[in-house]
Design a protein around this ligand. Structure first.
Ligand SMILES: *Cc1c(COP(=O)(O)O)cnc(C)c1O
Length: 369
């Protein structure tokens, strides 16, 4: 039984009639750029999160860049973030003229470790970018307390955590500005690139809407950029959004099945969930002994089971950040984790039988090691 890593076509098929109709409606109205499909989705997404402002944009990377610019980062000012993330989180700090300061992650949880933050705060530190990686909320109370104490802003990168909750509140409602990606494989995925920014702050929202659209139409108040969600993506996202809670629930069910099947394999460390959070399992990431991981991946591949590594090299060890001169072990948790992590297949349409198949293969190969 082949088990793909994700199955986007299965999701399309489950909503084919509605998605096709939405696409046809956009074409009929030639509402390709801006227009009511985009405005409708912005209003719906803001409502689902319970925030007053949502600004759509071209992708989750632009969302981060726009948010950092909105918070007024000046050349040479520093932003603290994690090295265990997709590069968008860090590269946008540099693009905005800032300096990236990497901080380590919590062992077994993969999110920013509040204990490492204060030692990295200096005169030029302005903000913190938190990533709710794999759909697991970060330790927001501790991080927000540090930010308040040192007068820093906080951006939540929610690209992997649509509707995950922290102490009953959706992530994306806790920091100053939060960013989302609707890349096709994300928990809420478009059929191309798309992103959004949310905030409770009216002034920031107005500035970001202006900045993302050339600084205004007719009269340009500021120089901006061109970052917009197109009408086709907005219409597709509006069809999918009502299904997001049940898709997230299906992911939690799959995670529970994995937990039931895999808990007694000693060589496997399963995802640790913080108390008081509801994760959304964008990825289901286990850890295996260093050295065993790549062999296990190949064995699973031979059984037709696709896996991934998110991410194989932490950012501080990437050529792009060699200029920081950081030793690999200077972030020991990120460094170790990258060698141990393995992302198992998880997507809402995955069946219990498929989970069992993956689990049986893991038993077989880890018992014999
Ligand atoms: C996907 C992702 C992004 C970037 O989103 P794009 O829409 O691909 O630009 C940013 N941060 C994280 C953590 C992501 O997973």
């Amino acid at each position: 039984m082949p088990v793909p890593f994700n199955d986007l076509y299965a999701q399309y098929r489950s909503l084919q009639g509605e998605i096709d109709a939405a696409i046809a409606a956009v074409i009929r109205e030639s509402a390709f750029i801006r227009g009511h499909f985009v405005e409708t989705f912005e209003a719906e997404f803001a409502q689902v999160l319970g925030v007053p402002h949502c600004i759509s944009c071209a992708n989750g990377t632009d969302a981060l860049y726009i948010a950092i610019k909105a918070l007024g980062l000046q050349a040479g000012e520093e932003v603290i973030t994690t090295a265990h993330t997709w590069i968008s989180t860090a590269e946008t700090i540099s693009q905005a003229g800032g300096r990236v300061v990497f901080c380590d992650t919590e062992p077994g949880r993969f999110t920013l470790d509040p204990q490492g933050i204060e030692a990295r705060i200096g005169d030029r530190t302005r903000g913190i970018i938190v990533v709710h990686l794999y759909g697991q909320p970060a330790d927001m109370d501790a991080i927000l307390a540090i930010a308040r104490k040192h007068n820093l802003w906080v951006i939540e990168d929610c690209a992997q955590a649509h509707l995950a909750t922290y102490k009953g509140k959706p992530v994306g409602t806790l920091g100053d500005i939060s960013t989302f990606s609707f890349y096709p494989g994300k928990n809420l995925g478009a059929m191309g690139d798309a992103g959004a920014i949310v905030t409770q702050n009216c002034e920031l929202a107005q500035w970001m809407a202006l900045f993302a659209r050339h600084g205004g139409k007719g009269q340009h108040q500021i120089e901006g950029i061109n970052s917009r969600m197109d009408g086709l993506q907005a219409a597709i996202l509006s069809v999918k959004l009502p299904h997001l809670p049940q898709w997230n629930q299906a992911r939690r069910q799959i995670a529970q099945w994995y937990q039931d099947h895999l808990a007694e394999i000693p060589q496997l460390q399963l995802p640790q969930v913080r108390p008081d959070v509801e994760p959304v399992y964008h990825l289901y990431v286990v850890q295996v002994q260093e050295g065993d991981r790549d062999r296990l991946r190949q064995q699973l591949q031979q059984e037709g089971i696709a896996t991934g590594i998110h991410y194989p090299i932490p950012l501080h060890e990437q050529p792009a950040y060699a200029y920081l001169g950081m030793a690999p072990e200077s972030l020991p948790v990120a460094h170790q984790s990258a060698r141990r992590i393995l992302s198992l297949p998880i997507y809402p349409e995955m069946t219990g039988e498929q989970v069992e198949w993956v689990s049986t293969a893991l038993h077989k190969y880890l018992k014999s090691s």
